[in-house]
Design a protein around this ligand. Sequence first.
Ligand SMILES: O=C(O)C[C@@](O)(CF)CCOP(=O)(O)OP(=O)(O)O
Length: 324
Amino acid sequence: MYKGSARAYTNIALIKYWGKKNEELILPMNNSLSLTLDAFYTETSVTFEPNQTADHFVLDGVVQDEKATKKISRFLDLAREKAQVNWGAVVESRNFVPTAAGLASSASGLAALATASNAALNLGLDDRGLSRLARRGSGSACRSLFPGFVEWEQGEDDETSFAQQIPSNDWEQDLAMLFVLINDQQKDVSSRDGMRRTVATSSFYPGWLASVPTDLAHAKSAIATQDFTALGEVTEANGLKMHATTLGAVPPFTYWSPDSLVAMNLVRQLRQIGLECYFTMDAGPNVKVLCQRKDEDALKQALSQHFAPERLILAHAGYGATVI
Ligand SMILES: O=C(O)C[C@@](O)(CF)CCOP(=O)(O)OP(=O)(O)O
């Protein structure tokens, strides 16, 4: 029986990955930096069957359609190639996210699948090898292998593009991230499609890309000096610039919904009255608010004046992917 199971946690980028220089290998245009969180995780088991060739994918108890299964199969082919086998597999994944979330994070899912495949096929991959394998499933997944603050080195090719943890003296334990879950019916443009369109057509993209190295340096120095204000400011600015690129795409699009703007404005108002907090957003309307742990209750209290409590999820620093 060639079976492996793993758990991996989602991560939120403070300095965003937004654009690929190589779609096939998922090589990014820039380095990114994230914080691995504890609130959302995925548990995945994979069982390779020597006398089967078809793959089956069950997500949260539901057998997935051909399109979703094909995406998993393409990833499993990488593991099969490394093991020199052509065995079919059954993948069972469970996302542990609050029901209201709608936060199906591919990052934790693919990081868990890479870790589970490594165990099932006894591939013997080290952290770097695992990060490179997860990257082939979804770019941000390469960061979910590790706890704390994580930097994805963009690299030049498959060998040199991987993530690693940034030394922080556990400062991340002093921080918190409050997820404001905006229920938005509108179908978002996927992160993959959004970054593809933006790179190809947005006149704002070059300006964004040119600003990332400086933002990254500021974020890393803020972590080294445990300067929350500096980390918050660069996080909020970098996220806003990333989202600005979508407005210049052809056709233009935005991930922001009216309630996203309400949340962003509330964060600015709270800062003005001395509750230090900063927001960031990804490929969806949800708003993530970075604060210090000592302020998390005041922040949640303030936002619950405008958002129902079940839509406010507090997260803290998470853990690296593990075999379970
Ligand atoms: O996480 C970040 O750095 C920023 C984003 O979340 C902003 F939306 C993008 C994540 O993109 P992902 O889903 O990894 O894309 P893939 O490589 O096409 O699968």
